[in-house]
Design a protein around this ligand. Structure first.
Ligand SMILES: [Fe+2]
Length: 139
């Protein structure tokens, strides 16, 4: 099993702005993973600020992605918005459990961040990427 999230071709959506923002989210997620993976008691405020940064950047990114979907009349917009709302809910729950002092093993954190972000990109954002490139061809 990989020990941290790496942005590679499996996650490329094919829309420059989206890919750039995803890459940034991966970096932020890796930072949290690295913090949690360290076998020492870390100042919680470091983990907290990394999570807050990820939550804030995610919100901005989702808004940007949805704006791009609106601009391109993406038919899957409503459904995608719901997925984003759910992902925000999940990451805020994660944030809250860290605030509450819950302990995470690196594997838990990895699996959470991987499914939370990685699966969404592979399952849903890539559909938008395909739609986007099909549309671009006809312009
Ligand atoms: Fe998305």
């Amino acid at each position: 099993m990989e020990d941290r999230l790496i942005f590679d071709s499996r996650y490329v959506v094919g829309i420059e702005q989206v890919d750039r923002e995803h890459q940034k989210l991966f970096e932020l997620a890796s930072k949290i993973y690295d913090n949690l993976a360290l076998d020492v008691i870390l100042p919680m405020k470091e983990i907290r600020s990394a999570i807050t940064e990820l939550v804030d950047s995610t919100k901005v990114h989702f808004a940007n992605e949805e704006a791009l979907m609106v601009a391109n009349a993406y038919p899957g917009l409503a459904e995608h918005r719901e997925l984003h709302a759910y992902l925000i809910y999940r990451i805020e729950e994660f944030e809250k459990s860290v605030e509450d002092g819950e302990q995470f093993t690196p594997v838990d954190a990895y699996e959470f961040l991987c499914s939370w972000l990685g699966d969404h990109i592979q399952a849903s954002d890539r559909n938008f990427g395909e739609y986007f490139s099909r549309n671009a061809e006809h312009q």
